[in-house]
Structure formats: C-alpha cells, structure tokens
Design a protein around this ligand. Sequence first.
Ligand code: TYM
Length: 335
Amino acid sequence: TPRVFSGIQPSGGLTLGNYLGALKRFAEMQGDGFETIYCLVDLHAITVWQEPEKLRHQTREAAAAFMASGVDPSRSILFNQSQVSAHSELAWVFNCVARMGWMGRMTQWKDKTAGKNAENASLGLFAYPSLMAADILVYHATHVPVGEDQKQHLELTRDIAAKFNHDYGTDFFPITEPVIEGTATRVMSLRDGSKKMSKSDPSDMSRINLTDDADTIAQKIRKARTDPEVLPDTPDGLAERPEARNLVNIFAALSGSSVEEVLADYAGQGFGAFKPALAELAVEKLAPISGEMTRLMSDPAEIDRILGDGADKAEAIAQPILDKTLEITGMIRSR
Ligand code: TYM
C-alpha cells in the first residue's frame, strides 16, 4: 500500500491554514488505500528558540488538534518526531548528501533571514529541509499532503533521494509525490491578502486559531479586510482581488464545494451578505474542533500515551530503513 507521511511544527497554536491545507486532508486520506503516518515535528520547532514548557504544551495541543480534526490514532500512526531517533540519524546522512547551495536557495530560509543577520540564524534552521527529507524518506513514504508553501521543500526531498540513489548506485529511496490539492492550499491572512495566514504573524486578527471560540471566529471574519465590490459570477473575476478570493476559497474548502458553486450562490452580493454566511459556516465547522481539543487537553497523560504508542509503531517501520541506509553508506553494523 502507498504510504502517506506529513508533519506539522508545534511552534505555536495551529490556524485555519493548517487545518484546511493539512489537517483536514490528513483525516480524509486515512483508509483511502493509504497507510498514514502523521508527525508533530518538535525537532523542527527548536530551529528557532522555544520555551521548553511551552513547546511541550503546544505539542500536546497540536496532537489534540490532529485528533479533533479526525485523525484517528487507531487508523493512523500519530507521534512526535523526537521519540523516533531514526529521523535525526537519517538527517545526518542527508546533510552529507545535500549541498549548501540547495539549502541557500530555499525561499523559506531566505524569508526567515531577510533583513536579519543570517550569521545569527541557527545551523539547524539552515539544515531544516534535510531533516524534513529524512522525516519522509525514513518511511519510504510516497505521498506527502501539504500546503503550497512546502512545495519547494518537497522538490528538495526528491533531489536528495535522487542524489543519494545516484551517489550510492542504488534505487533505495523512492521519489516522493507532493499532494497539494483543493481550494485552500494557501490560505491568506485576513488582514493582508498578499501574506499567508501564519501562526507567527504578530496580529492575532490576521488568523483564525483552532482554539478560538465561536464569538472570536465570527468577529475575525466580520473584521476581515475586503473590497467594496460584489462577488463575481466566475473565478476569473477574483483574479485581482486577493482578499475576496481568499474568503471565497475558505468558504469553498469549509463547505466542501467548488469556488464555482460558491459563486453560483453569492454572485452579485456584497460582503455585507457573504461575511455573515461565512462566519456561520466557520463557526459550525470549527467550534466543535476547539471543543474537542479542550476535552482532549484535560487528559495530557493520555495524549502522551497515544504519542508514545505511535512512536513505537513508527520506529518499527523507520529503524530497518535507517539500518539499510547506513549499511549502503559503508558503516559497520555488527550488533
Ligand atoms: P508548518 O508547521 O508550517 O505547517 C504545517 C502544514 O500546514 C500547511 N499550511 C498551510 N496550508 C494552507 N494555508 C496556509 N496558510 C498554511 N500554513 C501552513 C503547511 O503547508 C503544512 O502542510 N516543514 C513543515 C513541517 C514538516 C513536514 C515534514 C511536512 C516537517 N517535516 C515532512 C511534510 C513532510 C512545516 O513547517 O509546516
């Protein structure tokens, strides 16, 4: 069976962007002829400083968000990255396969160091995509569901797999397929249609957090930036209207319909009519998730147990693949 792997950084609260671009898709791919492995990438999170107790809390909260979004630990493997040491070990091998120039060309690296002194960024932040490639390839995963912003990292994953195979004269690592599908692969900020919705944006009004209550969700949508025009008949009419397009995309993704279908219902209407409908839909879909997260978070020991159990299952797949990799690279394996 084809194997799905994906991960989310527990470096802050999760947003509507993470939900529509990733979590919702993770839940949908379960049982769809795929073996599904989902990971809280805590080692990636510490590429920028994290307060230790906050990181532990955020990791549990992200695990709760996965489960509240429909990821079922009896059908998927759900765990945190640092409990399976094979990720870090394979990342070292990939650090020796990947080239400095490849890392330097990553737009995420460039954005995160833009206007700052890159000399002061952690070495881990630079090498980040190599660990990401290891996350995926240590399971020989073939399908990786992600939002649009991870596309370049997945291309790099393919390059690393191909170079390893070439350098060692093998076809050991598969060439992974990115799965970037749906109407919400890039959810934008509610305050600025040219920026993606992000857990690290300083303005809380720019995003919907999965922990927001119904009133907060409705208020953020009411205050979202828009334009004075009415909604057009066809998606083309949204091309030069990033804020309007974003809200229509969110509506489509939350309601499980296409952009065309949403426009068929709302063409000719202004945001005075559209926003309340979107707010109602968002509350209907998201409030139960935050409710379920609160319930799950009342038993942190149970969350830790689930992650430990997932890590055991993950390790059973990853360790033999790591062992074989080290053998291919010429390491003595005598115990
Ligand atoms: P991260 O933690 O930034 O985001 C997790 C997932 O959410 C998606 N996403 C979005 N989708 C649509 N609109 C948005 N505004 C939005 N913001 C985030 C991301 O595309 C991603 O799918 N490097 C990864 C984590 C990672 C990973 C992996 C992913 C580590 N190892 C292996 C896949 C496979 C990251 O920082 O995602």
